[in-house]
Design a protein around this ligand. Structure first.
Ligand SMILES: Nc1nc2c(ncn2[C@@H]2O[C@H](COP(=O)(O)OP(=O)(O)OP(=O)(O)O)[C@@H](O)[C@H]2O)c(=O)[nH]1
Ligand SMILES: [Mg+2]
Length: 428
Protein backbone atom coordinates (compact mmCIF):
# COMPACT_ATOMS: atom_id res chain seq x y z
CA UNK A 1 0.00 0.00 0.00
CA UNK A 2 1.70 3.15 -1.17
CA UNK A 3 1.10 6.73 -0.14
CA UNK A 4 0.21 6.21 3.47
CA UNK A 5 0.49 9.43 5.38
CA UNK A 6 1.36 8.87 9.00
CA UNK A 7 -0.96 11.46 10.43
CA UNK A 8 -4.58 11.34 9.36
CA UNK A 9 -5.24 14.51 7.46
CA UNK A 10 -7.47 16.84 9.48
CA UNK A 11 -10.36 18.22 7.43
CA UNK A 12 -12.57 21.17 8.30
CA UNK A 13 -13.55 22.95 5.07
CA UNK A 14 -15.67 20.98 2.66
CA UNK A 15 -16.43 21.62 -0.98
CA UNK A 16 -19.67 19.87 -1.93
CA UNK A 17 -20.42 18.43 -5.34
CA UNK A 18 -24.10 17.88 -6.13
CA UNK A 19 -25.13 15.68 -9.02
CA UNK A 20 -27.82 16.52 -11.55
CA UNK A 21 -28.66 13.34 -13.41
CA UNK A 22 -30.49 13.34 -16.72
CA UNK A 23 -34.20 13.95 -16.16
CA UNK A 24 -33.59 15.60 -12.80
CA UNK A 25 -34.62 19.23 -12.40
CA UNK A 26 -32.18 21.86 -11.23
CA UNK A 27 -34.40 22.41 -8.21
CA UNK A 28 -34.22 18.74 -7.21
CA UNK A 29 -30.46 18.78 -7.51
CA UNK A 30 -30.35 21.87 -5.30
CA UNK A 31 -32.57 20.29 -2.66
CA UNK A 32 -30.36 17.21 -2.61
CA UNK A 33 -27.29 19.38 -2.27
CA UNK A 34 -28.92 21.23 0.63
CA UNK A 35 -29.45 17.87 2.31
CA UNK A 36 -25.78 17.00 1.81
CA UNK A 37 -24.86 20.36 3.38
CA UNK A 38 -27.01 19.46 6.35
CA UNK A 39 -25.32 16.04 6.62
CA UNK A 40 -21.90 17.70 6.41
CA UNK A 41 -22.88 20.12 9.14
CA UNK A 42 -24.16 17.27 11.30
CA UNK A 43 -20.77 15.58 10.84
CA UNK A 44 -19.12 18.72 12.20
CA UNK A 45 -17.41 20.00 9.05
CA UNK A 46 -17.98 23.49 7.61
CA UNK A 47 -19.17 23.99 4.06
CA UNK A 48 -16.76 26.28 2.16
CA UNK A 49 -18.43 26.07 -1.22
CA UNK A 50 -20.55 23.94 -3.50
CA UNK A 51 -21.30 23.20 -7.11
CA UNK A 52 -23.80 21.12 -9.04
CA UNK A 53 -22.40 18.96 -11.81
CA UNK A 54 -24.61 17.70 -14.62
CA UNK A 55 -23.80 14.11 -15.38
CA UNK A 56 -25.08 12.38 -18.48
CA UNK A 57 -23.15 9.19 -17.92
CA UNK A 58 -20.66 8.63 -15.08
CA UNK A 59 -17.10 7.89 -16.19
CA UNK A 60 -15.21 5.01 -14.57
CA UNK A 61 -12.17 7.19 -13.74
CA UNK A 62 -13.64 10.19 -11.93
CA UNK A 63 -17.41 9.86 -12.22
CA UNK A 64 -17.32 13.28 -13.92
CA UNK A 65 -15.77 14.05 -17.29
CA UNK A 66 -12.22 15.43 -17.36
CA UNK A 67 -13.24 19.04 -18.05
CA UNK A 68 -15.78 19.10 -15.24
CA UNK A 69 -13.29 17.45 -12.90
CA UNK A 70 -10.71 20.17 -13.54
CA UNK A 71 -13.34 22.80 -12.90
CA UNK A 72 -14.26 21.22 -9.54
CA UNK A 73 -10.61 20.97 -8.60
CA UNK A 74 -10.08 24.68 -9.35
CA UNK A 75 -13.19 25.66 -7.36
CA UNK A 76 -12.19 23.53 -4.39
CA UNK A 77 -8.72 25.13 -4.52
CA UNK A 78 -10.20 28.61 -4.67
CA UNK A 79 -12.34 27.87 -1.61
CA UNK A 80 -9.34 26.40 0.20
CA UNK A 81 -11.28 23.23 0.79
CA UNK A 82 -9.45 20.37 2.45
CA UNK A 83 -12.11 17.82 1.65
CA UNK A 84 -14.39 17.33 -1.35
CA UNK A 85 -17.67 15.56 -0.71
CA UNK A 86 -19.70 13.99 -3.51
CA UNK A 87 -23.46 13.55 -3.20
CA UNK A 88 -23.24 10.15 -4.85
CA UNK A 89 -21.42 6.88 -4.37
CA UNK A 90 -17.84 6.81 -5.62
CA UNK A 91 -16.05 3.55 -6.29
CA UNK A 92 -12.78 3.03 -4.40
CA UNK A 93 -10.79 3.71 -7.57
CA UNK A 94 -12.75 6.86 -8.43
CA UNK A 95 -12.07 8.08 -4.94
CA UNK A 96 -8.37 7.31 -5.26
CA UNK A 97 -8.18 9.06 -8.62
CA UNK A 98 -9.82 12.16 -7.19
CA UNK A 99 -7.42 12.26 -4.28
CA UNK A 100 -4.49 11.97 -6.65
CA UNK A 101 -5.92 14.71 -8.85
CA UNK A 102 -6.66 17.17 -6.05
CA UNK A 103 -4.31 16.31 -3.20
CA UNK A 104 -7.14 16.65 -0.66
CA UNK A 105 -9.39 14.09 0.98
CA UNK A 106 -12.31 13.05 -1.19
CA UNK A 107 -15.28 11.26 0.34
CA UNK A 108 -18.79 10.39 -0.72
CA UNK A 109 -22.23 10.67 0.79
CA UNK A 110 -22.12 7.15 2.18
CA UNK A 111 -19.01 7.86 4.15
CA UNK A 112 -20.57 11.00 5.63
CA UNK A 113 -23.61 9.04 6.78
CA UNK A 114 -21.44 6.25 8.17
CA UNK A 115 -19.37 8.80 10.07
CA UNK A 116 -22.47 10.39 11.60
CA UNK A 117 -23.87 7.03 12.60
CA UNK A 118 -20.52 6.04 14.12
CA UNK A 119 -20.44 9.19 16.20
CA UNK A 120 -23.98 8.64 17.47
CA UNK A 121 -24.12 4.95 18.18
CA UNK A 122 -24.83 4.40 21.88
CA UNK A 123 -25.80 0.85 22.63
CA UNK A 124 -23.56 -2.11 22.08
CA UNK A 125 -25.80 -3.34 19.30
CA UNK A 126 -25.76 0.00 17.47
CA UNK A 127 -21.96 0.21 17.82
CA UNK A 128 -21.51 -3.25 16.43
CA UNK A 129 -23.90 -2.56 13.57
CA UNK A 130 -22.27 0.69 12.57
CA UNK A 131 -18.79 -0.70 13.10
CA UNK A 132 -19.56 -3.55 10.80
CA UNK A 133 -21.05 -1.36 8.08
CA UNK A 134 -18.07 0.96 8.34
CA UNK A 135 -15.46 -1.77 8.13
CA UNK A 136 -17.13 -3.29 5.12
CA UNK A 137 -17.09 0.12 3.49
CA UNK A 138 -13.44 0.74 4.42
CA UNK A 139 -12.12 -2.62 3.34
CA UNK A 140 -11.43 -1.74 -0.30
CA UNK A 141 -10.30 1.76 0.66
CA UNK A 142 -7.71 1.07 3.30
CA UNK A 143 -5.10 3.52 2.09
CA UNK A 144 -6.97 6.72 2.83
CA UNK A 145 -6.69 8.70 6.03
CA UNK A 146 -8.69 11.71 7.06
CA UNK A 147 -10.41 12.95 10.15
CA UNK A 148 -12.39 16.00 11.17
CA UNK A 149 -11.85 15.44 14.86
CA UNK A 150 -9.42 17.11 17.21
CA UNK A 151 -8.47 13.79 18.66
CA UNK A 152 -9.14 10.42 17.20
CA UNK A 153 -12.19 8.93 18.71
CA UNK A 154 -13.09 5.39 19.50
CA UNK A 155 -16.40 5.35 17.73
CA UNK A 156 -18.23 2.44 16.27
CA UNK A 157 -16.34 -0.19 18.14
CA UNK A 158 -13.10 0.14 16.26
CA UNK A 159 -10.36 2.05 17.91
CA UNK A 160 -9.72 5.26 16.03
CA UNK A 161 -11.29 6.60 12.90
CA UNK A 162 -10.63 5.43 9.38
CA UNK A 163 -7.17 6.94 9.64
CA UNK A 164 -5.99 4.78 12.44
CA UNK A 165 -7.74 1.84 10.89
CA UNK A 166 -5.63 2.24 7.81
CA UNK A 167 -2.38 2.63 9.69
CA UNK A 168 -2.92 0.02 12.30
CA UNK A 169 -4.21 -2.93 10.46
CA UNK A 170 -4.08 -4.60 7.13
CA UNK A 171 -6.83 -6.08 5.13
CA UNK A 172 -6.65 -9.49 6.70
CA UNK A 173 -7.00 -8.11 10.20
CA UNK A 174 -10.04 -6.10 9.15
CA UNK A 175 -11.61 -9.19 7.69
CA UNK A 176 -11.01 -11.06 10.92
CA UNK A 177 -12.55 -8.18 12.78
CA UNK A 178 -15.59 -8.25 10.53
CA UNK A 179 -16.04 -11.91 11.31
CA UNK A 180 -15.73 -11.22 15.02
CA UNK A 181 -18.22 -8.35 14.90
CA UNK A 182 -20.66 -10.54 13.03
CA UNK A 183 -20.37 -13.21 15.69
CA UNK A 184 -20.89 -10.71 18.51
CA UNK A 185 -23.86 -9.20 16.72
CA UNK A 186 -25.42 -12.62 16.34
CA UNK A 187 -25.10 -13.03 20.12
CA UNK A 188 -26.70 -9.67 20.85
CA UNK A 189 -29.51 -10.44 18.45
CA UNK A 190 -30.17 -13.79 20.03
CA UNK A 191 -30.55 -12.08 23.39
CA UNK A 192 -32.90 -9.56 21.87
CA UNK A 193 -35.04 -12.32 20.41
CA UNK A 194 -35.18 -13.99 23.81
CA UNK A 195 -36.23 -10.73 25.44
CA UNK A 196 -38.87 -10.18 22.83
CA UNK A 197 -40.22 -13.63 23.39
CA UNK A 198 -40.33 -12.98 27.13
CA UNK A 199 -42.39 -9.87 26.47
CA UNK A 200 -44.27 -11.88 23.89
CA UNK A 201 -47.52 -12.91 25.45
CA UNK A 202 -48.98 -9.45 25.69
CA UNK A 203 -52.26 -8.38 24.28
CA UNK A 204 -51.03 -4.77 24.07
CA UNK A 205 -50.85 -3.54 20.49
CA UNK A 206 -47.58 -2.02 19.34
CA UNK A 207 -46.99 0.86 16.96
CA UNK A 208 -43.65 2.01 15.56
CA UNK A 209 -42.98 5.65 14.72
CA UNK A 210 -41.13 5.69 11.41
CA UNK A 211 -40.13 8.29 8.87
CA UNK A 212 -37.46 10.40 7.25
CA UNK A 213 -34.74 11.77 9.48
CA UNK A 214 -35.57 15.05 11.28
CA UNK A 215 -39.34 14.74 10.70
CA UNK A 216 -40.06 14.96 14.43
CA UNK A 217 -40.48 11.28 15.40
CA UNK A 218 -38.72 11.56 18.75
CA UNK A 219 -40.49 14.85 19.45
CA UNK A 220 -43.81 13.13 18.86
CA UNK A 221 -42.94 10.25 21.18
CA UNK A 222 -41.92 12.74 23.82
CA UNK A 223 -45.09 14.76 23.40
CA UNK A 224 -47.31 11.69 23.62
CA UNK A 225 -45.54 9.82 26.40
CA UNK A 226 -43.26 12.28 28.16
CA UNK A 227 -40.34 10.01 27.26
CA UNK A 228 -36.98 11.64 27.76
CA UNK A 229 -35.62 11.00 24.29
CA UNK A 230 -32.87 12.81 22.42
CA UNK A 231 -34.16 15.47 20.03
CA UNK A 232 -31.99 17.62 17.85
CA UNK A 233 -32.25 19.69 14.72
CA UNK A 234 -29.64 17.52 13.07
CA UNK A 235 -29.89 14.37 11.03
CA UNK A 236 -29.96 10.94 12.67
CA UNK A 237 -30.47 12.16 16.21
CA UNK A 238 -31.92 8.74 17.03
CA UNK A 239 -30.12 5.46 16.41
CA UNK A 240 -31.60 3.25 19.07
CA UNK A 241 -35.20 2.37 19.54
CA UNK A 242 -37.11 3.56 22.60
CA UNK A 243 -40.44 2.06 23.56
CA UNK A 244 -43.04 3.69 25.83
CA UNK A 245 -46.51 2.75 26.88
CA UNK A 246 -49.39 5.21 26.60
CA UNK A 247 -53.03 5.02 27.50
CA UNK A 248 -55.32 6.02 24.66
CA UNK A 249 -58.49 8.08 25.24
CA UNK A 250 -60.51 4.84 25.45
CA UNK A 251 -58.13 3.56 28.17
CA UNK A 252 -56.62 1.03 25.83
CA UNK A 253 -52.84 0.75 26.27
CA UNK A 254 -50.51 1.10 23.30
CA UNK A 255 -46.76 0.50 23.09
CA UNK A 256 -45.09 3.18 20.97
CA UNK A 257 -41.56 2.75 19.60
CA UNK A 258 -39.34 5.51 18.23
CA UNK A 259 -36.96 4.35 15.49
CA UNK A 260 -33.95 5.48 13.48
CA UNK A 261 -34.78 7.89 10.67
CA UNK A 262 -34.39 7.09 6.99
CA UNK A 263 -32.72 9.10 4.26
CA UNK A 264 -32.41 8.81 0.52
CA UNK A 265 -29.48 6.66 -0.57
CA UNK A 266 -29.04 5.23 2.88
CA UNK A 267 -25.87 3.16 2.56
CA UNK A 268 -26.95 -0.38 1.94
CA UNK A 269 -24.58 -1.64 4.62
CA UNK A 270 -26.51 0.44 7.11
CA UNK A 271 -29.91 -0.79 6.03
CA UNK A 272 -28.54 -4.30 6.43
CA UNK A 273 -26.88 -3.40 9.70
CA UNK A 274 -29.96 -1.78 11.17
CA UNK A 275 -32.35 -4.46 10.06
CA UNK A 276 -32.16 -6.03 13.48
CA UNK A 277 -32.94 -2.79 15.28
CA UNK A 278 -35.62 -1.99 12.78
CA UNK A 279 -37.19 -5.34 13.34
CA UNK A 280 -39.02 -3.57 16.12
CA UNK A 281 -40.68 -1.54 13.39
CA UNK A 282 -41.16 -4.55 11.16
CA UNK A 283 -42.84 -6.49 13.96
CA UNK A 284 -45.09 -3.67 15.13
CA UNK A 285 -48.82 -4.10 14.61
CA UNK A 286 -49.16 -0.57 13.27
CA UNK A 287 -46.97 2.19 11.88
CA UNK A 288 -47.06 5.91 12.55
CA UNK A 289 -45.35 7.49 9.54
CA UNK A 290 -44.19 11.00 10.43
CA UNK A 291 -43.40 13.54 7.72
CA UNK A 292 -42.22 17.15 7.86
CA UNK A 293 -45.00 19.01 6.03
CA UNK A 294 -42.81 22.10 5.65
CA UNK A 295 -40.09 20.27 3.74
CA UNK A 296 -40.28 20.78 -0.04
CA UNK A 297 -39.13 17.18 -0.54
CA UNK A 298 -41.97 15.68 1.48
CA UNK A 299 -43.10 13.43 -1.35
CA UNK A 300 -39.63 12.03 -1.87
CA UNK A 301 -39.32 11.49 1.88
CA UNK A 302 -42.58 9.57 1.83
CA UNK A 303 -41.39 7.39 -1.04
CA UNK A 304 -37.94 6.70 0.44
CA UNK A 305 -39.42 5.68 3.79
CA UNK A 306 -41.93 3.39 2.12
CA UNK A 307 -39.15 1.76 0.12
CA UNK A 308 -37.13 0.99 3.23
CA UNK A 309 -40.24 -0.30 5.00
CA UNK A 310 -40.91 -2.50 2.00
CA UNK A 311 -37.39 -3.88 2.28
CA UNK A 312 -37.94 -4.58 5.97
CA UNK A 313 -41.07 -6.52 5.18
CA UNK A 314 -43.35 -3.94 6.81
CA UNK A 315 -44.72 -2.42 3.62
CA UNK A 316 -48.25 -3.67 4.15
CA UNK A 317 -48.69 -2.66 7.79
CA UNK A 318 -51.70 -0.53 8.70
CA UNK A 319 -50.35 3.02 8.83
CA UNK A 320 -51.39 6.39 10.18
CA UNK A 321 -49.66 9.28 8.43
CA UNK A 322 -48.69 12.30 10.49
CA UNK A 323 -47.90 15.54 8.66
CA UNK A 324 -45.91 17.26 11.38
CA UNK A 325 -44.45 20.77 11.78
CA UNK A 326 -47.76 22.27 10.63
CA UNK A 327 -46.80 25.44 12.53
CA UNK A 328 -44.32 26.09 9.74
CA UNK A 329 -45.18 27.40 6.31
CA UNK A 330 -46.51 24.62 4.09
CA UNK A 331 -48.64 23.76 1.11
CA UNK A 332 -52.25 23.69 2.39
CA UNK A 333 -53.28 21.09 -0.20
CA UNK A 334 -50.91 18.43 1.10
CA UNK A 335 -53.36 17.12 3.68
CA UNK A 336 -56.03 16.42 1.08
CA UNK A 337 -53.45 14.99 -1.27
CA UNK A 338 -52.13 12.51 1.29
CA UNK A 339 -55.67 11.66 2.40
CA UNK A 340 -56.45 10.53 -1.11
CA UNK A 341 -53.72 7.88 -0.67
CA UNK A 342 -54.42 7.13 2.95
CA UNK A 343 -57.56 8.47 4.66
CA UNK A 344 -55.79 8.03 8.00
CA UNK A 345 -53.67 11.16 7.55
CA UNK A 346 -53.45 13.82 10.25
CA UNK A 347 -51.82 17.20 10.45
CA UNK A 348 -49.99 18.01 13.68
CA UNK A 349 -47.54 20.34 15.27
CA UNK A 350 -45.62 18.88 18.12
CA UNK A 351 -44.40 22.41 18.78
CA UNK A 352 -47.87 23.95 19.36
CA UNK A 353 -49.89 20.82 20.16
CA UNK A 354 -52.14 21.29 17.13
CA UNK A 355 -53.76 18.03 16.02
CA UNK A 356 -52.31 15.91 18.83
CA UNK A 357 -55.70 15.14 20.41
CA UNK A 358 -57.21 14.02 17.11
CA UNK A 359 -54.16 11.87 16.50
CA UNK A 360 -54.57 10.10 19.84
CA UNK A 361 -58.25 9.61 19.07
CA UNK A 362 -57.28 8.09 15.73
CA UNK A 363 -54.90 5.69 17.49
CA UNK A 364 -57.77 4.67 19.75
CA UNK A 365 -60.12 4.20 16.81
CA UNK A 366 -57.74 2.31 14.55
CA UNK A 367 -55.01 0.72 16.66
CA UNK A 368 -57.08 -1.83 18.45
CA UNK A 369 -55.67 -5.15 17.56
CA UNK A 370 -58.39 -7.27 16.06
CA UNK A 371 -58.14 -10.66 17.79
CA UNK A 372 -60.06 -13.88 17.59
CA UNK A 373 -60.15 -16.64 20.17
CA UNK A 374 -59.08 -19.98 18.74
CA UNK A 375 -58.77 -23.51 20.08
CA UNK A 376 -55.88 -25.13 18.32
CA UNK A 377 -54.13 -28.46 18.08
CA UNK A 378 -50.68 -27.94 16.67
CA UNK A 379 -48.58 -30.99 15.76
CA UNK A 380 -45.29 -31.36 17.59
CA UNK A 381 -43.28 -30.77 14.44
CA UNK A 382 -44.80 -27.28 14.04
CA UNK A 383 -43.23 -25.72 17.07
CA UNK A 384 -42.72 -22.55 15.02
CA UNK A 385 -46.50 -22.07 15.14
CA UNK A 386 -46.62 -22.63 18.89
CA UNK A 387 -43.96 -19.95 19.18
CA UNK A 388 -45.96 -17.66 16.94
CA UNK A 389 -49.04 -18.02 19.12
CA UNK A 390 -46.99 -17.20 22.22
CA UNK A 391 -45.26 -14.28 20.59
CA UNK A 392 -48.21 -12.59 18.95
CA UNK A 393 -51.21 -13.79 20.87
CA UNK A 394 -52.50 -14.19 24.40
CA UNK A 395 -52.44 -17.78 25.59
CA UNK A 396 -55.21 -18.76 28.02
CA UNK A 397 -54.42 -22.43 28.26
CA UNK A 398 -51.87 -24.90 26.90
CA UNK A 399 -51.67 -28.71 27.17
CA UNK A 400 -49.10 -31.08 25.70
CA UNK A 401 -50.82 -34.21 24.42
CA UNK A 402 -49.65 -37.18 22.40
CA UNK A 403 -51.28 -35.74 19.25
CA UNK A 404 -49.84 -32.23 19.62
CA UNK A 405 -49.94 -29.04 21.65
CA UNK A 406 -53.45 -27.93 22.53
CA UNK A 407 -53.81 -24.19 22.79
CA UNK A 408 -56.59 -21.84 23.79
CA UNK A 409 -55.50 -18.36 22.74
CA UNK A 410 -56.46 -14.98 21.33
CA UNK A 411 -54.78 -14.59 17.97
CA UNK A 412 -54.33 -11.39 15.94
CA UNK A 413 -56.50 -11.70 12.84
CA UNK A 414 -53.55 -11.33 10.52
CA UNK A 415 -52.30 -14.78 11.60
CA UNK A 416 -55.66 -16.40 11.18
CA UNK A 417 -54.88 -17.97 7.83
CA UNK A 418 -51.71 -19.63 9.18
CA UNK A 419 -53.46 -21.04 12.21
CA UNK A 420 -57.02 -21.77 11.16
CA UNK A 421 -56.01 -25.11 9.56
CA UNK A 422 -55.09 -26.33 13.05
CA UNK A 423 -58.53 -25.83 14.55
CA UNK A 424 -59.82 -29.34 15.20
CA UNK A 425 -63.33 -29.91 13.97
CA UNK A 426 -65.82 -29.59 16.83
CA UNK A 427 -67.02 -32.97 18.14
CA UNK A 428 -70.56 -33.83 17.05
N1 LIG B 1 -41.37 23.92 14.14
C1 LIG B 1 -41.47 22.65 14.53
N2 LIG B 1 -40.35 21.95 14.81
C2 LIG B 1 -40.48 20.66 15.20
C3 LIG B 1 -41.74 20.03 15.33
N3 LIG B 1 -41.54 18.75 15.71
C4 LIG B 1 -40.19 18.60 15.83
N4 LIG B 1 -39.55 19.75 15.52
C5 LIG B 1 -38.09 19.98 15.52
O1 LIG B 1 -37.52 19.20 14.48
C6 LIG B 1 -36.21 18.76 14.85
C7 LIG B 1 -36.08 17.26 14.71
O2 LIG B 1 -36.89 16.63 15.67
P1 LIG B 1 -36.65 15.12 16.15
O3 LIG B 1 -37.81 14.76 17.02
O4 LIG B 1 -35.27 14.95 16.67
O5 LIG B 1 -36.77 14.39 14.75
P2 LIG B 1 -36.59 12.82 14.42
O6 LIG B 1 -37.60 12.49 13.37
O7 LIG B 1 -36.64 12.03 15.68
O8 LIG B 1 -35.16 12.83 13.77
P3 LIG B 1 -34.05 11.63 13.70
O9 LIG B 1 -33.98 10.96 15.03
O10 LIG B 1 -32.83 12.39 13.35
O11 LIG B 1 -34.48 10.72 12.61
C8 LIG B 1 -36.00 19.24 16.29
O12 LIG B 1 -35.27 20.45 16.24
C9 LIG B 1 -37.42 19.47 16.78
O13 LIG B 1 -37.47 20.44 17.81
C10 LIG B 1 -42.92 20.82 15.03
O14 LIG B 1 -44.07 20.38 15.09
N5 LIG B 1 -42.71 22.11 14.64
MG1 LIG C 1 -35.29 10.83 16.54
Amino acid sequence: MEEISLEPQKVERAFLVGIQEPGMSREDAEDHLAELASLTDTMGVGVAGQQIARVARPTPQLYLGAGKADEIKALADAHEADVIIFDTDLSPSQQRNWEELTGVAVIDRQEVILDIFAGRAQTREARLQVGLARMEYSLPRLRRAWTHLERQRGGAGMRGGPGELQLEVDRRVVMERITRFKRQLAEVRKQRAVQRQARGARPVPTAAIVGYTNAGKSSLLKRLTGADVFIEDKLFATLDTTTRRILLPNNQPLLLTDTVGFIRKLPHGLVEAFKATLEEAALADFLVHVLDISNPKIEEHYRVTNEVLEELGAGDRKTIIVLNKADREHDPYLLAQFRRHNPLTFKTSVATGEGIESLLQAFADHFILPMRRLHLRIPHNRFDLVNLVHREGTVHDQRHEADGVWLDADIPLRHLKDLAPFEPAPPD
